[in-house]
Design a binder for this molecule. Structure first.
Ligand code: HEC
Length: 288
């Protein structure tokens, strides 16, 4: 009951916020798909709204929005809670599969320092390929069973790959292929479409209300929101991947989450990563 009324309060506050900022939303022109203009407007929206936050700090999610939290985070980084997962990922990464090959054989540059190029649009398949999907495909191509997308091994592998790419700037390409533009656009639409019993879109929380509290949590800004994935969260008492975060966010609005790595989630990751081009990879992250 307590939780329920908190959500109603939050929802009323957010509806008000929606009214006040509706005119300034970085949604772009409705009929023309223009990712370059979108990304520019998107980044400007956040840097105008939070002039004190350093550009590269947006990747630190809730910590970028609150000075006290920022301090706590820096203390936490001395003994990072993702350390165990990172070590596990490092060990798993070069360990051979039963057939003698390893993850290194599936990726450019043996998988080191390439996180900033994911997700990418695969022109052969006509689909967005995320890092998580590429990892499971690598396993399957080598006769190994796929991992769960949400935590444990998948979080460990992506943590290691992110770590080797820390500081590299997100660099997502949209190839000159109408299907790539459509995937981008579908991701954008998914991001701005309201759903669930609370009738929230991803943007309601992460564009209109970053820095505000919903229950005990401070909402992260959508700019750079995927750069720190995967993350350790105290509330999960463990690690979670991008898949875990997307499905959890859908549950929070009492929507029915899609299955991890559904086309729509991959498209929305493509959109969010593209509009965060130029921001550094900071994963793995730790969150309150
Ligand atoms: C009801 C508000 C709400 C909605 C709607 C929502 N989220 Fe979230 N989201 C949260 C909260 C709360 C967190 C955890 C605190 C934080 O980091 O913002 C979070 C965290 C995240 C994070 C991790 C950010 C970080 O730095 O830790 C990502 C990525 C994310 N959400 C993506 C999405 C996507 C994509 C959608 C739409 C499918 C969405 N969210 C919809 C509330 C929401």
């Amino acid at each position: 009951m307590k939780l329920r009324s908190a959500i109603y309060l939050a929802s009323a506050a957010l509806a008000f916020a929606a009214l006040t900022v509706a005119g300034t939303l970085p949604s772009g022109a409705a009929d023309k798909i223009d990712p370059v203009a979108d990304a520019k407007a998107f980044q400007k929206f956040f840097t105008d709204k939070f002039p004190k936050v350093k550009f590269e700090d947006f990747v630190n999610g809730p910590y970028s929005m609150n000075e006290d939290l920022h301090r706590q985070w820096q203390e936490k980084e001395q003994f990072p809670p993702y350390e165990f997962s990172l070590e596990m990922g490092k060990e798993m990464f070069s360990k051979p599969f039963k057939n003698g090959k390893s993850y290194e054989d599936c990726f450019p540059n043996k998988g080191i320092g390439i996180r900033q190029n994911y997700p990418y649009f695969d022109e052969k398949e006509g689909k967005v390929i995320t890092l998580e999907l590429a990892l499971n495909r690598c396993r399957e191509a080598n006769g190994e069973a796929p991992f769960s997308y949400v935590k444990d091994e998948m979080a460990a592998l992506t943590a290691y790959m992110a770590f080797t790419s820390r500081g590299k700037l997100m660099d997502i390409k949209i190839p000159n292929d109408p299907r790539a533009l459509q995937a981008y656009q579908a991701g954008k639409e998914y991001f701005y479409t309201r759903r669930g019993q609370l009738n929230f879109s991803c943007a309601t929380c992460h564009v209109q209300s970053p820095g505000e509290r919903i229950r005990a949590e401070i909402l992260a800004p959508a700019l750079g929101i995927v750069n720190a994935m995967p993350i350790y969260r105290s509330e999960w008492s463990g690690m979670g991947t991008t898949s875990r975060r997307f499905t959890t966010c859908n549950s929070q609005i009492r929507g029915v989450p899609l299955s991890p790595q559904d086309d729509e989630y991959r498209n929305v990751e493509y959109y969010l990563s593209y509009v965060s081009n130029g921001l550094p990879i900071s994963g793995p992250g730790a969150r309150p």
